[in-house]
Structures are given as structure tokens and as C-alpha cells.
Design a protein around this ligand. Structure first.
Ligand code: SAM
Length: 307
């Protein structure tokens, strides 16, 4: 299937689609470092530009439109969220492309908090918009840990099928669960201790990229980024929160002796170990925090027909 990807970032979602056998023919993001990362690891088809400045006629025809539209304005953990936040409107850009290009399918991804933003009114509006655009729409909250990612990360996955297409998309069945019983065909959640157990300390000899780490003294006050990590469980959600001055919030390493390096955070997001990120450490942490875990993306991409 020919796929167009909006808000592609470093390419977590796109990597899952490629591994599931699809062909990304065009992608867009306006974050230069992320597009450099994308170009290096995924392909040269990404355009670095504000999506509002790209007319639909410049976007090639395609079968599947995918996009995790920016979520800061929607996130429940963002105290400053409000309905006038410009970023909430970026979904309208996705809608515009959907209406103009009419692909057979679409996938939109967002934080779980979008469901109760303004008591659910915003989400209702979004679903209604997609239906009016001519699509049958389904949504479900998926936890990345249920697909083998060593992280609890809940995201809403909205799926759309154009009304004239006779194909039923179903969200993927979990492959993992917290405590599978003897008769379950699912595997146990992957713990963060397990996922990082063979990664050397940043100052030891290694040939890993993006594996440096500052030695900030750790705090354990229960706030995001200052919590002890349980090595026997999936990590808490990796976020891209924080500002340019203070840097982004970075999880503690499961040994709770330092923060994670970008490489470790990328593994927590299920990026392959040879996926190289471009930009400063802070920019790389942000690209990683923004991403759809490639393993979750792969599970979702696998439900689409191949042709
Ligand atoms: C949640 S992230 C998506 C990450 C991506 N799906 C992945 O898996 O790596 C949202 C992205 O939207 C991009 N973005 C924000 N505003 C934009 C705009 N006006 N035009 C294009 N991209 C924009 C951000 O730079 C960010 O990379």
C-alpha cells in the first residue's frame, strides 16, 4: 500500500509501516532535526516544512494516510491545555488532506487524554469530522506494553475506511499481557530491566550511537522524571515534555543510579539499536519522546491490506 505520513517526526510510526510491508511515498514534519533523523534512517522522501504551507495538490495520491497529530494541547498532563491552543487545530490539516486526497484508509494517533478534553466534546467533533469526510471510523486505546514494548504507553488509535471500500479494519490483538496464565498464547510484558540488561554504561567502552548521559543528581519526589523505576515492569510513559531551557523530562535508568541515555530511551520506545538520531541530546530526547513505538506501529500497520 502507498502511504503518506503527516507529522512523521523521527519516523517511529513510519518504521512500523515499512516493516509491515508498506511503502511510504511521502512524509512531512517541520522539526529539522527529526527530518534529518528520518532521512538518515528511513528515506529521503520527507519534506521539512509547516504542513499548513503545503497545498494538497503537492501531496501524491496514496492508499493510506497516517498521522500522529501534535498532542500537547490535548494531553491530560499538560496543565496549560485549553481549547484555543493552536496545536489542537493541526488535526484540521490532517482532515484537510483526507478530504482532498480521499485515500482508502487512514490512521490517526493521539494521547489518551484527547478522549476527555473538554468532557469529550473535542474528540466527538474530531470523529464527526472524519465521518463527514466519508469514512467509517473506529477508535481504541492501545497500550504499547501489550505489543512487546517495554513501556506502559497508552495511545488512541483512530482507524478509518472510506465508505465505498468493503474492508473491515480491526485493531490488532495484543501479543503480550501483564500476567499470562498457563493457557494464554500471549507472552508476558517485557520489563525495562530486561530490555536494557545488555547495554553498557555510557562511560564504558561501546560503539553505540546516542549513548551519552549527563550525571545529574537524581531526585525521587514522585513527580514525572523523578520517580524510581521498577526494573521488573515496563517503564512509565516516555514523554517529550519540558522546555528548551530545562531540557526534556528523562526517565531514570532501571538501576536508579542515573538518567537514561537517549539510546536507552530509544530502546524503551522499541527503536532498533542501530537507528541513529540527529541533533543535540535534548533534541534527540524530544524526538524519541514524540514517537509512536515502532513495535506498536508494526502491530497496527499489519492490520491493513497489503494491496
Ligand atoms: C507526536 S509527534 C509525531 C511523531 C511520529 N508519529 C513518530 O512516530 O515519530 C508530532 C510531530 O508533529 C510535528 N509538527 C508540529 N507542528 C507541525 C506543523 N505545523 N507542520 C508539520 N509538522 C508539525 C512535530 O515536529 C512532531 O514531530
Amino acid at each position: 500500500m502507498k502511504v503518506v505520513s503527516l507529522f512523521s517526526g523521527a519516523g517511529g510510526l513510519d518504521l512500523g509501516f515499512i516493516r509491515a510491508g508498506h511503502n511510504i511515498i511521502w512524509a512531512n514534519d517541520n522539526f529539522l532535526d527529526a527530518t534529518n533523523t528520518y532521512r538518515r534512517n528511513i528515506g529521503k522522501h520527507i519534506i521539512c516544512k509547516d504542513i499548513s504551507d503545503i497545498p494538497s495538490c503537492e501531496i501524491p495520491d496514496h492508499d493510506i494516510l497516517v498521522g500522529g497529530f501534535p498532542c500537547q494541547g490535548f494531553s491530560v498532563a499538560n496543565a496549560k491545555r485549553n481549547e484555543h491552543d493552536e496545536r489542537n487545530k493541526l488535526y484540521l490539516e490532517l482532515l484537510r488532506v483526507l478530504i482532498d486526497k480521499q485515500p482508502k484508509f487512514f490512521l490517526a494517533e493521539n494521547v489518551k487524554g484527547i478522549l476527555n478534553f473538554l468532557n469529550g466534546k473535542v474528540f466527538e467533533l474530531i470523529i464527526d469530522d472524519f465521518k463527514k469526510a466519508g469514512y467509517r471510523v473506529k477508535y481504541k486505546v492501545l497500550n504499547a506494553a501489550d505489543y512487546g514494548v517495554p513501556q506502559n504507553r497508552e495511545r488512541v488509535i483512530i482507524l478509518g475506511v472510506r465508505n465505498d471500500i468493503e474492508y473491515n479494519l480491526e485493531h490488532p490483538e495484543p501479543t503480550h499481557e501483564e500476567t499470562p496464565d498457563l493457557f494464554s498464547n500471549r507472552k508476558k510484558w517485557v520489563s525495562i530491566g530486561e530490555a536494557l540488561k545488555n547495554i553498557p554504561e555510557p562511560e564504558d567502552y561501546h560503539s553505540l550511537s546516542n549513548h551519552t548521559c549527563s550525571r545529574f543528581k537524581l531526585k525521587f519526589n514522585g513527580y514525572l522524571g523523578n520517580r524510581a523505576i521498577d526494573p521488573t515492569r515496563p517503564a512509565p510513559t516516555v514523554t517529550a515534555r519540558g522546555d528548551e531551557k530545562g531540557g526534556v523530562v528523562v526517565l531514570h535508568h532501571p538501576n536508579n543510579h542515573r538518567r537514561m541515555s537517549a539510546r536507552e530511551l530509544a530502546l524503551t520506545q522499541s527503536f532498533p539499536i542501530d537507528f541513529i538520531f540527529e541533533g543535540t541530546n535534548s533534541s534527540v530526547y524530544r524526538q524519541i519522546g514524540n514517537a509512536v513505538p515502532p513495535l506498536l506501529a508494526f502491530a497496527v500497520a499489519s492490520i491493513f491490506p497489503k494491496e
